[in-house]
Design a binder for this molecule. Structure first.
Ligand code: NAD
Length: 427
């Protein structure tokens, strides 16, 4: 089974339960059939003139999975392994995520098969603008609203929205056009807190869970794989909240200290050294005696209370699922656990907070950014985080109560609630 079919299999298993909670059998079957296919797959070939004058062609995608609930919404990633199957799967997850979060948005995802580390800044800008020229007809505030994801950021969103406005500005309201992309810089119509939003959302969801489980955050140890936008920000918020972050990693490897790291200092050190290795920053000091290096495999198998995959897909699979020692896994990355591994973890009683709930903070605040642009007003960070907490608390409570009521995993409960809302909007 490929990764898309794998993810579909997870939702198809819920058909009986959807009927049990009152949905019509034919409607359930029809919806599941419709969700099995994205509504549109846009594949583009993007020419890029390299700085040395050579022309190179890059493969890109925008997959628009479903728009029953509103315009398509989803990030754009730049990654050497980008492929149609992966982007389709991530677009399907966006449909489910937006539904679970009660947003008036559908699901999409985009990507370019490229390693941005091999491009100069000028090349990256030309590639980003050219991608927009290839897909501009299919996007817009009422059609499809892209955002940042792996290896893309506010600077890239600024280039993209600028290119989009250049192409389409005839008779259009500029503020509304800004809402075509979210995750923009503040100076360019972005919203306060968007960069931290996914990490902040992870903290909100974890706090809710441990409250239900009667655990004390000051006694919990945490390991986080991935130290980019999501991994760094969730680490920062959890640390400030009293959790002990005993392991962190990026693509080159990880660090461990039983004393617990200060993520902000680790980030400063990483920026200086170019890697996280050796950045043993505890309290207010970084010292080589305070920690040790570990591998990205070892971090997943540490004896911690909370494990947070915040990097790439499929890192927990049938080969290592039985070695995981964490009691709770908070899926901040999309699809970090394979279907087989999910079953093993479930049988072992490990609580998995699914991606469509744990990392929904990003898309929720992206929605606020769209509203801010369309309604031409400004929210401050406090308002943003307060509203984010309202949305996520509501989603969490729904998922928790349903999982208790039907004695199902948090993943099945989250998927069930997402499908329930889609069914209610499916004519
Ligand atoms: P990012 O590019 O900012 O950071 C990715 C991090 O993962 C980097 O630290 C990188 O070094 C590390 N990494 C890459 N490959 C790795 C590997 N094989 N092992 C360990 N670490 C590795 O990306 P991001 O925006 O932080 O996204 C991370 C995950 O979160 C992705 O799955 C993404 O889809 C998901 N996500 C992101 C957002 C968002 O708002 N950015 C929202 C929801 C979900």
């Amino acid at each position: 089974m490929n990764i898309y079919e794998n993810t579909l299999a997870k939702i198809k298993k819920l058909a009986d339960l959807l009927i049990k909670i009152g949905h019509d059998k034919t409607k359930v079957e029809e919806l599941l059939k419709i969700l099995s296919f994205p509504q549109r797959i846009i594949k583009v070939f993007i020419p890029l003139k390299r700085d040395n004058g050579e022309l190179e062609i890059f493969e890109g995608y925008r997959v628009q999975h479903n728009n029953f609930l509103g315009p398509y919404k989803g990030g754009i990633r730049y990654f050497p392994e980008v492929n149609e199957d992966e982007i389709k799967t991530l677009a399907l997850l966006m449909t489910l995520k937006c539904s679970l979060a009660s947003l008036p948005l559908g699901g999409a995802k985009g990507g370019i098969k490229v390693d941005p580390k091999n491009l100069s800044e000028a090349e990256l800008e030309r590639l980003s603008r050219e991608y927009v020229r290839k897909i501009y007809d299919f996007i817009g505030p009422d059609k499809d609203i892209p955002a940042p994801d792996v290896n893309t950021n506010s600077k890239i969103m600024d280039w993209m929205v600028n290119e989009y406005i250049k192409i389409t500005q005839i008779n259009a309201d500029k503020n509304k056009l800004l809402a075509t992309f979210t995750g923009k810089s503040i100076e360019n119509g972005g919203i306060e807190g968007r960069e931290e939003a996914t990490g902040k959302g992870g903290e909100i969801v974890l706090n809710k869970l441990i409250e239900k489980m009667n655990l004390n955050k000051n006694e919990l140890t945490v390991a986080i794989q991935g130290f980019g936008n999501v991994g760094y920000n969730v680490a920062k918020f959890l640390y400030k909240n009293g959790y002990k972050i005993i392991a962190l990693s990026d693509s080159k490897g990880g660090i461990y200290s039983e004393k617990g790291f200060n993520p902000e200092l680790v980030m400063e050190c990483k920026k200086e050294r170019g890697m996280i290795s050796g950045c043993y920053c505890v309290g207010s000091v970084c010292d080589s005696r305070l920690g040790k290096d570990i591998t990205n495999e070892e971090i997943l198998e540490l004896d911690v209370d909370v494990l947070i995959p915040a990097a790439v897909e499929n890192v927990i699979n049938k080969d290592n699922a039985h070695k995981v020692k964490a009691k709770i896994i908070l899926e901040m990355a999309n699809n970090p656990i394979t279907e087989e591994a999910d079953e093993i973890l479930n049988q072992r009683g490990i609580i998995v907070v699914p991606d469509i709930l744990a990392n929904a903070g990003g898309v929720i605040v992206s929605y606020f950014e769209m509203l801010q642009n369309i309604e031409n007003r400004k929210w401050n960070k406090e308002e943003v985080f307060q509203k984010l907490e309202e949305y996520l608390s509501q989603a969490f409570d729904k998922v928790w109560e349903t999982s208790q009521k039907y004695q199902i995993s948090l993943r099945n409960s989250a998927l069930l609630m997402a499908l329930d809302r889609l069914l209610k909007n499916f004519k």
